[in-house]
Write a protein that binds this ligand. Sequence first.
Ligand code: SPV
Ligand code: MN
Length: 627
Amino acid sequence: MKNYLAALQAKTSNNDYEKLAAIKNTGVHKAVYESAELCNPDNIFVCSDTPDEVAYIRNMAIVSGEESAALALPGHTFHFDGPHDQGRDRAVTKLLVPKGESLNEALNQIEREEGLTEVHGLCKDAMEGRTMIVRFLTLGPIDSEFTIFCLECTDSWYVAHSVDLLYRKGYEAFRKAGTGTEFFNTLHSAGKLNDNMVSVNHEKKRIYIDYTTNTVYSINNQYAGNSIGFKKLALRLAIRKAHKEGWLAEHFMIMGVNGPDGRKTYIAGAFPSACGKTSTAMLPGENILADDIGYVRNIDGVCRAVNIESGIFGIIQDINPKDDPVIHEILTSPGEIIFTNILVKDARPWWLGMDVDLPETGVNFTGEWFKGKTDEKGAEVPPAHKNARYTIAQKVLANCDPELDNPKGVELGGILYGGRDYRSYVPVQQGFDWEHGIVCYGAALETETTFATIDAEGTHEINIMSIQDFISIPLEKYLHNYLQFGKKLDKTPLVFGVNYFLKDLKTGEYLNGHQDKHVWVKWMEMRINNDVEAIKSPTGWIPKYEDLQPLFREILDKEYTKEDYIKQFTIRVSENLAKLNRVEAFYHENIPDLTSEVWRVLKEQRERLVKAGEKNGDYISPETLMK
Ligand code: SPV
Ligand code: MN
């Protein structure tokens, strides 16, 4: 085998070479060598995670112009992505699938050889004139059953800086690990940049995931969801590994809910982007363990989970002191924060929904901005992008859960799924059992798509467990394994469905306030601990008015009327049946080999709805169900 380490000596300074040589894993040497050989950087900077190096990376992000520190509060910087790189890009994100293998039609794939040729071509000499930054990190706590080692090579100081805030440092772990330790490898290049340090070749943006070598290639982009290999890109690799080994890699927030007498119950939740995931994890008085991705394992019969990240890349729109006090406080205090795609004016960041009047001019992701500015298609440019974000380390949050780095993770008492559903599901309900909850709330998750993916706002779609875009194995297999996972646990988490977006069918008004989710979370915590009973409805167990009313008073200081309760928890039979029809049509079209258990659960749900409708009409009040 080629001596990659020796070959790297020619490309690195002594100091950087020593850092690589201290790692015994020859796979690392090979990966770094191949990335450098392909992209041809002027030099290589190896980060061994010392405070000096970390500070250097942050400083270089500013010196290079990828970030600017022209904000009033110390520690704050901002970065802009190009106008065509403001969200995850589904169309150009593909799994490289070897000839003869195939995943479902619904998953974006390209034949491996063809994809490799294309992406290698685009990466060729992409780092000329630039530095390749090499970073090591781990997904999940170090020294844990959950740990996955990761290597990143990028030419973006902003990306390398973001990695620092979002992930656990891994150089030491790599140094101590054996020669053959498996790791995920990512190669990113922002490609050609313009004067504003923004990738210009957006038509040549490609994000390809090669699961045969656990490698991610990402070129001609900067948006963190596209450029940082460890968000949804390595998630695709993790899903394959998880399903091979009998665990789950999920698009989960995880929160610690504080119950009476110091009791704490952990609940995980999957939501498509911009459907309330972070704001649920961040509810005041509770603790946040994870906001985006969790790994879940059966450890001695118990369902345990970790946050694979240690920072937050969160949506900033609508963060205001009233609705999100915890995060608002952080964003307006000194401390290390990267703002992206906000409006900058008077050395301050501004965003949509911050509950103050925005300035009429400033600088944003399109350059100089003024009210009324239009883009090349004639559409008005908003002051800040809807998908503008903030990046912070999680430990700066006062409500960060103390178990964040527990190598054993936390025990999950419940799992919840929620989408943007205006018409059918009640605000909160509990599945009859694991299978019912997983199928009817998770696998049947349907949502109005939002702005976090490019060009997809405002259409209805099925988004299985809010992870469909990232599933990298046949969908039938994914669902089958998920169901099996629960069956093997001695203590199965309760499964809930939530819907923060239910509307009055006549007036079109939302039936719930932004904060009501806190009451649902507290109710779930009580259900998990057998504190309250529930009403059996055709679609799941729903809360009793008597249990919600005191929660509304205690938590939100709000008088919850019976009338509101009935409106929110009335079972809408025909809307639920219509949803079932859409879900089944999707499965017929996309998952021909779907496990029969899913069909059974859906059939039973339909039968319950039809029967209840025949008996009680199309809209069934919870009071009727109690009789
Ligand atoms: C999401 O959009 O689901 C995110 C942000 O968590 S990212 O996937 O990184 O774009
Ligand atoms: Mn996400």
